[in-house]
Write a protein that binds this ligand. Sequence first.
Ligand code: FE2
Length: 288
Amino acid sequence: MNTQSVRGVSRVVRGMPTSDGAGVKLTRVIGQPRLPDLDPFLMLDEFGTDNPGDYIAGFPDHPHRGFETVTYMLDGRMRHRDNHGHEGVLVPGSVQWMTAGRGIVHSEMPEQQEGRMRGFQLWINLPARDKMTAPKYQEFGPERIPSADLGDGARVKVIAGRVAGVTGPIAQPATDPIYLDVELEPGARLSQPLARGHAAFLYVYEGSVRVGAGESAATVSAHELAVLADGDSVQLEGRDPPHDGRVSRAILVAGRPLREPVAKHGPFVMSTREELIQAFEDYQSGRF
Ligand code: FE2
């Protein structure tokens, strides 16, 4: 008996314009009233602009505790620096998977005065048992992120997870994440297994993509997020973009839900109110 099922689309959400840091303009897709969270995902921001005025102020020193931040750069250069001596520049195509654990204070500042800055920051929760772990980075330049060419105009950069025998460099057993950057020519198809029960979404950032099969399928356009219903796989098909010759591009992300209580405020994501108060006290007294 074959009980494999293709995931449909349970809802389509458009991001909300907002600003964060010292005045960086961005679009908040997860972590806004229409989609407050998608356990284990706490926040998804898309930043994308050609105007330096939208990004030049950057994100000066700020703390994090209790979760992970994942920065994936498409265009532009961002310098990060933390209070434990970790520093570097994220270039186009690079990913920084930061486990904040018990706490870091860091800055994320543009390493350019002009030109395009574009990418994503995703926040992923940590289980209660891992929230006070030592901070850690999994950081990879574009040359260390493998691609799977599936033929017929479907290509995938594998940041986390496995596609057609190609495995991404990120390891996180707690949430077992998949993070794929998918490129589809019009008519190109991708069928990707996803663990049953894991939360999953597709966020289209160029063109448009048909998601799912049959009656629960939907066409998702640029700057829209499709929350996927449960099932064993997802089917994607590139749609004719509005301009000839352009491909459709999207990130496909999935992970195991934690199903734990969440107490969060700003840059701290803990399990109880007491732990949140402790986080503020520890930060203010310099214990990060
Ligand atoms: Fe940060």
